[in-house]
Design a protein around this ligand. Structure first.
Ligand SMILES: [Zn+2]
Length: 113
């Protein structure tokens, strides 16, 4: 499962930041997950429960912020929310493939104790 690898890496990074800061535990890990990132939030949460065991992040809480996908229309000079990589602008009906957000898959912040 793709999500297990992602969460293994997220735990590794969170634990590394705890070590660097001299903190005993990771208390919260916040992720930003774009609608088109390819990762499923439920699967991330499931993987998280497995991979954090036995680490400094074992008791940490996972918070997932989902980011809606948005395309940029060069004609209207505005963003519109979209569900795929190529989309028709709802205002002028031009096709846009200029995705502005929605591919995020990153750690937004980590809280340590
Ligand atoms: Zn447009």
């Amino acid at each position: 499962m793709h999500e297990v690898g992602l969460m293994t890496e997220a735990v590794r990074l969170a634990v590394a930041s705890a070590q660097t800061a001299g903190a005993a535990r990771v208390t919260v890990v916040r992720l930003r997950v774009g609608a088109l990132s390819g990762a499923v939030p439920d699967a991330l949460a499931f993987a998280w429960d497995v991979v954090r065991q036995g680490t400094r992040a074992a008791a940490a809480r996972l918070e997932i912020e989902t980011i809606p996908a948005a395309c940029w229309c060069a004609t209207c000079r505005r963003e519109f929310e979209c569900a795929d990589f190529f989309n028709e602008c709802p205002h002028c009906h031009e096709l846009s493939g200029e995705l502005r957000c929605g591919r995020e898959l990153e750690i937004a912040s980590v809280e340590l104790h």
